[in-house]
Design a protein around this ligand. Sequence first.
Ligand code: HEM
Length: 321
Amino acid sequence: MRLRAARPAAVRAFAAQAKKQAPRMSASVTVATGLTSAAVLAYTQMDQVHCDWLSWLGFGGSVKKDEFADIRAEIAKIIGDNAAGPIFVRLAWHAAGTYDINTSTGGSNGATMRFAPECNHGANAGLGLARKLLEPVKAAHPEISYADLWTLAGVVAIEVAGGPKVGWHSGRTDAASGESCPPDGRLPDASKTQDHIRNVFYRMGFNDQEIVALLGAHTLGECHRDRSGYVGPWTRDPHGFDNSYFTLLLDEKWQVKAGMPLQFEDKTGDLMMLPADLALVVDPEFRKYVELYAKDGNKFNQDFAKAFEKLLHLGVPTKKN
Ligand code: HEM
């Protein structure tokens, strides 16, 4: 398949901003040895209800402003070493995309995906990998909350891929348990189309243009059989951020791909679209914006940056840093 690999030069340039060296793994040992036996016991007992080792500790809150440059550089290095940009964007989006504007529940604040039942929601399959890859950064900077770390990782991933700078501020705190996990079913179902997509994104407070801009993130990454059941990338450069998702949506003749679940492929069979992606060209209101972004990549970058920033700050307390 003629796909381009991750972008080492972009990653190197980004990581060059680092003032410090790579993640200090020893910090995790310090945290672990600092636990009292009571805490260790509590940890063991909590094993049934959380997903990520030590993550229930949920420190966070007082990162020094200049430390964020180091954190960003460490994230960029992990992205470069593991081609993890797309999955970091998906982690940030799934953490935030559970928000309900009417009840002010869900959203990135709380990092509740560390806990069951949310970590076991079908839509989050595979995201344990992304959370694990970020653990060394958390260990080296225990003051950052997981909720801030995951959303910042999404922002860095967009930039490393050559996408726009996305505004971001800290201030998220980590929930202590899974009690505030949002109910299952708040994230979109890829087998469904425009009505479902609108229900999900209107619930977060987005309009049609913002929805189309956000779905442009499928310029990155791919589907994995063992995570979602779907397979394949949307574009030929799954580690580069551009408007090719929109040009492909319009220019290719998408045919049903053999096998289940239902998805679509281009004439080469290399690229794919989900039923939810194709809804953007079938629905006339959505299609207007697909055409706009296919023509104007700069406009897409600007609108994506605004919509992604909005997504990552839904329900987040006022700016701290
Ligand atoms: C209707 C809305 C959406 C649906 C139905 C949807 C569905 C999916 C599915 C099924 C996958 C494949 C997961 C896997 O198998 O690894 C995926 C991956 C991905 N999604 Fe979405 N998504 C939607 C919206 C978004 C939004 C709003 C963003 C970000 C702003 C996003 C970013 C990504 C990225 C970057 C990947 C690739 C992950 C990787 O390569 O590991 N998606 N999406």
